[in-house]
Design a protein around this ligand. Structure first.
Ligand code: GLU
Length: 537
């Protein structure tokens, strides 16, 4: 990138000379096809923060006409959880954030699972050893324990393998070349560690945080290649970002402390010019600090994209999908956890997000998750859903609740009628269910105390009128109801609640005559008779 900017600066005619170098740098970096990646480790459910990382990657790729790659980082076999990978694919599919390249849809840069790329990494570790930037370490677990015990002090209770320690251990820095060779020839288990420089300041420009610097003295000699020949995350992420031609790497803030190791690996292996531009996304905060799975169960809100059952413990963690969130709302609320477009706008379609998103407008401070606000987004999106989607979402909620809407012709009208009352899709079960399934136990308790013979007679009469009438529109039914009430010298207000309970089973729902219209004559009458039979005659 830099050479490209330099050359441009020399070649451009003098009138262009005033173009700032940083702008040239930017233009050059943009001339490469944008390739971004989401690189999850398949260790469990997909947290809100993980999906937000996917979303920002996806938006950036779409905005720049680039590629969004999904790479599975499964080099730590001890943390591998069966089913976690499939679960990630499903979550992304539900959220509509399907990658352009992935283990399921390989492109030109496969394999897309690091475990399948194992033979690729050793050569880079060896190269680092040859260059003097890494070394073989033969220390056994017992020797490492002893080191921790020997070097522990009050200020440093858990010493790490670093510049102060490495000279006392069994590695290719302390052993002679022939000793090292014979250990290697004998197949002695060993790891490769990076040799962190003693006094270097490393810096890079983060798209969100600007210039970020680290002192190498504070970083330990991380393992790059493990005894089983698998790379660690540090080596694999750098090698794969290079081989997969990743131009921008967006990941959670928790990876910031690893950045100096990665900067060094880029510098040693591929040159800093080839390094992707990084953005470390802000933490998502819960009621007490970083939003955790525990917050979810403690406060009763989902933190995963979809339900996840831990195969070891069988513990179920609730997902946004099952809680009744629309993917549109989920995307919208995630986009705003850390970003805004500088206006008051809060509702964004994915197309708007693609055109308006910018990494430079992501804040570096933590973004607070507010479940009430999340529900607000969902409610707004339910209200905006096109009629056919609304009907199918409502039908699927009802089906989950054992209510089959079949090909009911009233389903679209019902969904439209009750959507304002539904904050979560699951609310359709209560708000729409009674249209398709008569209440099993109508709650007569609110009407029982004031029930009397006059009311009983009124309802007997209104049933007769309902049987006779040829008009079955809400307004006609209301007029008829009021007329019969007036003849019987009853206030319609006192009759509305009993009528509602007869049709709905409880004290809720939309305009009661609209309910009767949609239920139709026979069903309305059946429900009235059923409730009347429960009341004193
Ligand atoms: N495998 C890392 C994770 O699980 C990826 C970090 C990165 O994107 O560099 O979060």
């Amino acid at each position: 990138m830099c050479w490209c900017a330099n050359v441009l600066q020399i070649l451009l005619p003098p009138t262009f000379i005033h173009i700032p170098y940083t702008v040239l740098l930017y233009l050059c970096s943009m001339s490469k096809r944008v390739r971004v990646r989401f690189a999850p480790s398949p260790t469990g459910g997909l947290h809100l923060g993980g999906v937000r990382t996917v979303l920002y990657n996806y938006l950036f790729a779409r905005q720049h006409g680039g590629d969004f790659v999904l790479r599975i980082e499964d080099t730590d076999q001890s943390r591998y959880v069966p089913g976690a990978e499939e679960y990630i694919f499903k979550c992304l599919e539900w959220a509509g954030l399907t990658p352009d390249e992935s283990p399921l849809k390989p492109g030109n840069f496969g394999p897309y699972r690091q475990s399948e790329r194992k033979p690729l990494y050793r050569q880079y570790a060896e190269q680092l050893v040859q260059q003097g930037h890494a070394y073989y370490a033969f220390d056994t677990p017992a020797e490492l324990d002893k080191m921790r015990a020997d070097f522990a002090t009050e200020q440093n209770p858990s010493p790490q393998y670093d510049r102060q320690v490495r000279g006392h251990m069994r590695n290719s820095l302390t052993l002679s070349a022939s000793e090292v060779q014979s250990l290697l020839d004998a197949g002695t288990p060993h790891v490769v560690r990076i040799k962190m420089p003693e006094n270097e300041t490393l810096s890079f420009t983060d798209m969100i945080r600007g210039e970020v610097s680290f002192e190498t003295a504070t970083v330990d000699d991380k393992v790059l290649l493990k005894a089983d020949g698998m790379p660690t995350y540090h080596l694999a992420v750098v090698v794969d970002d290079y081989l997969m031609q990743i131009t921008h790497a967006f990941r959670g803030e928790e990876w910031l402390p690893s950045a100096p190791v990665h900067v060094l690996l880029w510098k040693y292996l591929f040159g800093l010019d080839a390094m992707p531009q990084w953005a470390h996304l802000p933490l998502i905060l819960g009621p007490n600090g970083k939003l955790s799975k525990r917050d979810g169960s403690k406060y009763g809100f989902p933190v995963f994209a979809m339900n996840w059952t831990d195969p070891k413990t069988n513990e179920l963690t609730e997902g946004f999908r099952e809680r009744g969130f629309l993917p549109e709302a989920f995307i919208n609320l995630l986009a705003l956890l850390g970003w805004n477009d500088g206006t008051e706008q809060e509702l964004f379609t994915i197309e708007e997000l693609i055109s308006k998103f910018s990494m430079e407008r992501v804040h570096s401070g933590g973004a607070r998750f507010d479940f009430e606000k999340a529900k607000w987004f969902n409610h707004e999106w339910i209200k905006r859903l096109p009629a056919d989607r609304l009907a199918s979402e409502a039908a699927s909620v009802l089906k989950t609740n054992g209510i089959d809407t079949g090909n009911s012709h009233i389903l679209p009208q019902v969904a439209e009628l009750v959507k304002d009352r539904c904050t979560l899709l699951t609310d359709f079960a209560e708000q729409a269910g009674f249209f398709f399934k008569a209440p099993v136990n109508p709650d007569i308790s609110p009407i029982q105390p004031k029930w009397n013979e006059t009311k009983q007679l009124f309802f007997a009469e209104i049933i007769r009128q309902f049987e006779l009438t040829t008009l079955w529109q809400s307004a006609d039914l209301e007029a008829l109801f009021k007329e019969v009430a007036a003849v019987n010298e009853l206030k319609p207000g006192e009759l509305m609640l009993p009528f509602r309970i007869m049709l709905v089973g409880g004290k809720f729902g939309p305009h009661v005559f609209t309910i009767a219209e949609l239920l139709g004559r026979q069903e309305t009458i059946d429900r009235m008779q059923k409730t009347l039979s429960l009341l004193p005659g």
